[in-house]
Design a protein around this ligand. Structure first.
Ligand code: HEC
Length: 143
């Protein structure tokens, strides 16, 4: 292959690579709202508690972290959930999930224990899974 033909070949290859890189870049940044991923209707069930308005005046305190624990559904096991699942993060982590089937809640509880080291005994873990399945599954979740 002559030197000039080689240059043409490499030039062409470079243009092709640039085109592929551009296409890949475009694919990495999809327009999520246009794609409907963040369409408000899809998240209708997942509500967050309102923020508490800070007191008006020259001095105010800062609430303990986490700031806005939600009201969990009433029912047996709620106290255990509030005690054991509010240690490291707000129980809003529970209410901000979409309705999940029992197996998903069970896996989440086990992940908190095995992966993140949550000090939750087995009977409490069972009570928590029962509570979550009873109030936060697709069949049972009310809000
Ligand atoms: C030992 C600390 C700890 C405890 C206790 C704990 N979690 Fe978590 N949790 C984490 C960490 C760490 C994450 C992931 C990091 C993040 O998103 O902040 C997380 C994330 C989550 C998430 C987000 C989704 C996910 O899977 O990452 C949910 C839901 C959740 N926790 C539920 C629970 C429930 C239910 C309990 C009670 C059984 C619980 N957590 C107790 C540490 C804990």
């Amino acid at each position: 292959m002559s030197a000039s033909r080689s240059a043409i070949w490499w030039g062409g290859a470079a243009v092709a690579c640039a085109a592929v890189a551009l296409a890949a870049g475009a694919a990495q940044e999809p327009d999520r709202s246009a794609a409907g991923v963040y369409e408000t209707g899809r998240l209708g069930l997942i509500t967050q508690p309102d923020q508490v308005a800070p007191p008006v005046g020259p001095s105010y305190g800062v609430g303990p972290y986490p700031l806005y624990p939600p009201e969990l559904a009433a029912g047996g096991g709620r106290e255990v959930v509030e005690r054991d699942c509010g240690l490291c993060h707000s129980t809003v982590y529970i209410t901000m999930q979409p309705p999940l089937p029992r197996a998903a809640w069970q896996a989440t509880v086990q992940k908190m224990i095995r992966t993140f080291g949550a000090p939750i005994p087995e009977d409490a873990a069972r009570a928590i899974t029962d509570y979550l399945a009873a109030h936060y599954s697709p069949e049972t979740r009310v809000r």
